[in-house]
Design a protein around this ligand. Structure first.
Ligand code: HEM
Length: 126
C-alpha cells in the first residue's frame, strides 16, 4: 500500500475507478449510453481535476458542476447514483492507497458529491 503523492498515482487511481464504473450496474449507463464519453479527453481532465484538488497544481480549468446538468436533464442523477459513485471511489482508494491525501480524496469527493446531488435535485424542481 502506498501514499497518494504523484500524478502517476492519480492516473492509477482514476483509471482503476473508471474500470469499475463502466462495469457498474447502477451508474455505467451514464458514461456509456447517456453520454458516450470520449475517454481520451475525459481521463486527462480527471487526472488534472484531482491533481488540482489534492496537490494544488491548478492544472484543471473547468466547471465540474456545469457538465452534469445536461446529463441530469436526460436522466435524473439521483442520490442512489451518487452513493454508488462514492462507494466505487472509496473502494478504489482503499484498495490502492493510504495516508493523508488518500483520506483527503475521500473527504473532498463526499463534499462535492453531496453538493452535486443537491444541485441536481434542485435543478429538477425548476
Ligand atoms: C452519479 C455520479 C456521477 C455521474 C453519473 C457523473 C457523470 C459524468 C459524465 C457523464 C461526465 C461528462 C464526460 C464527458 O462529457 O465526456 C462527467 C464529467 C466530470 N465529472 Fe462527473 N459524474 C458523477 C459524479 C461526479 C463527482 C462526485 C465528481 C467530483 C468529485 C465528478 C467530477 C467530474 C469532473 C471533474 C468532470 C469533467 C468536467 C469537465 O469537463 O471539465 N463527477 N461526469
Amino acid at each position: 500500500m502506498k501514499k497518494l503523492e504523484s500524478r502517476e498515482d492519480i492516473e492509477l487511481l482514476v483509471n482503476s475507478f473508471y474500470a469499475k464504473v463502466i462495469k457498474d450496474e447502477t451508474i455505467a449507463f451514464f458514461f456509456t449510453d447517456i453520454v458516450k464519453v470520449n475517454w481520451d479527453l475525459h481521463l486527462p481532465k480527471m487526472y488534472s481535476f484531482w491533481e488540482t484538488i489534492l496537490f494544488g497544481q491548478m492544472s484543471y480549468k473547468g466547471n465540474p458542476m456545469a457538465v452534469h446538468f445536461p446529463v441530469n436533464e436526460i436522466t435524473a442523477m439521483e442520490k442512489r447514483h451518487f452513493e454508488q459513485w462514492l462507494k466505487l471511489w472509496k473502494e478504489t482508494i482503499s484498495e490502492n492507497f493510504h495516508g493523508e491525501n488518500a483520506s483527503m480524496a475521500i473527504t473532498k469527493s463526499e463534499n462535492i458529491a453531496k453538493l452535486m446531488s443537491y444541485k441536481m435535485e434542485m435543478a429538477r424542481k425548476i
